[in-house]
Design a protein around this ligand. Sequence first.
Ligand code: O7E
Length: 216
Amino acid sequence: MEVKNRIILALDVKTMERAFEVADAVSDYINTIKVGYPLALAEGLESISMIKEEFSSKIIADFKVADIPETNRKIADLTFEAGADAIIVHGFVGADSVTACMESADEHDKEVFLLTEMSHPGASAFLQPAAEHIAEMGVELGIKNYVAPATKINRLETIRNIVGKNAFIISPGVGAQGGETSSTLDFADAAIVGRSIYLSHDPKNTAKGIVDGIKL
Ligand code: O7E
């Protein structure tokens, strides 16, 4: 996936009005937007196509899909039919559940991101011990897109080493969660940034500052 300036906006706001304000403010710098439960539950799945049409942005739907294959398939179908370019899928549910999303993506000519390990402290209890197996499973399944944490650079590096240099990794946790952009981009292809941008008093300049910092 081509991500302008290697930054993805996590648009975790709860109204379309605010979503449009923030997306508009950063549109010179960011063309890839992650829409997750906060906006989709508040404003509906159509928030995906509304943003996509207004800003010509790519939309990654972050529904962290984690169910049995049959239900995963329905979730993925509905998400792609709503206009998402990619969907984020949990790996811990196993190969059959992930494969169901991959089949949906193939049929819709869309993409799957496999979530390996998470960025928050609690993830060290259950997900971290499984993360390397999840990444290995992704490689076996032929997945090319992954999610790995910006808050634990050594873990991000480990996941990179497993999935290989040709895989595409996006990494959340930059800014509000303590992750740092440049070190994250040493191992990830793009960083996901949410609150640092949409809670800032000037989202446009904040996005510009992040992008300028990458180029230094
Ligand atoms: O901390 P913020 O505000 O910059 O937002 C980070 C976003 O990334 C937010 O939408 C959160 O739900 C998501 N995220 C994590 O923070 N940590 C993870 O481990 C995984 C995700 C995520 O997006 O998962 C799929 C990419």
